[in-house]
Design a protein around this ligand. Sequence first.
Ligand SMILES: NC(=O)c1ccc[n+]([C@@H]2O[C@H](COP(=O)([O-])OP(=O)(O)OC[C@H]3O[C@@H](n4cnc5c(N)ncnc54)[C@H](OP(=O)(O)O)[C@@H]3O)[C@@H](O)[C@H]2O)c1
Length: 306
Amino acid sequence: MQAITVSDRDAGIAGMTLADLPHPHTAENDVIVRVHAAGFTPGELDWPATWTDRSGRDRTPSVPGHELSGAVTELGFGTTGLTVGQRVFGLADWTRNGTLAEYVAVEARNLAPLPADVDHVVAAALPISGLTAWQGLFDHGRLSTGQTVLIHGAAGGVGSIAVQLAREVGAHVIGTGRAADRDRAIALGAHTFVDLAAEKLEEAGEVDVVFDVIGGDILARSAALVRAGGTLVTIAEPPEVRPEDGRAVFFVVEPDRVRLADLITRVRDGRLTPVVGAVRPLAEAADAFAPGKRIPGKTIIQVTED
Ligand SMILES: NC(=O)c1ccc[n+]([C@@H]2O[C@H](COP(=O)([O-])OP(=O)(O)OC[C@H]3O[C@@H](n4cnc5c(N)ncnc54)[C@H](OP(=O)(O)O)[C@@H]3O)[C@@H](O)[C@H]2O)c1
């Protein structure tokens, strides 16, 4: 099968190659999925899991990309809950070969059925952004109706979903980002917007939850915004500065079949719109990874036509 591989950690994006790989192996409770559309995270060539397995052993050549939408072609030993031919979408394991490939082996529990009326390109934009936004806002941030949440990077992959979910639950939503992101963030549901380069973050006022996707100085300065009993949630890095009288949580998104099904229901009934940016073929995946070339929204690799 054709896949994008990386072998040389120092080579970065320049080391991404379209190669022929053996068909993936199904382990217990796996399925093989014929990938129609795949998503990736721009920084994943820096993740240890891209290069090593769970024991820390080298696993190159490895295939990047951890979001997929496609159709099941094989069931592993003992796999239940999904059938051959079924449309599915979800998350591929961090420490196994990923989704920038014609076929991928995935634990069945990490996938949810994909309704026939949802496009693979749209579904592939949802697993990481959707689950991260949900888990950050509600599982870790404990956001509820009537509270105020400040969402950094509100026009980005995770932020754009978080804005929509927070607004749906009845929260007051403050988005942040670059000046060019203001209109998009407001259109997605943010009540107000802070241009981080031109406006003072500190003037946003007290909030119940900060959802950070940027890290660094923005993360550190955000701790002071959290009111007593509130939460600073970040997906960028473990925070060094914590709210004086609140919690700080850094987490890595977890697969969740039930929540994926819930998110896709929202997409179907128009409550949630994943923002898809560029759609590129597999052969152009390396170019799509390159910084500065992305257009706003999630870049999706269309591996095969529907
Ligand atoms: N821990 C986890 O489980 C987890 C899960 C998902 C993602 N992540 C990480 O979270 C980060 C965000 O992911 P994403 O998919 O949402 O990325 P994304 O689509 O690039 O969104 C990030 C947004 O924040 C903006 N931004 C970044 N730095 C900024 C700054 N200094 N000032 C103003 N705006 C800024 C970006 O604008 P520009 O595009 O103009 O820079 C973009 O709109 C990535 O580092 C990703 O690896 C972690």
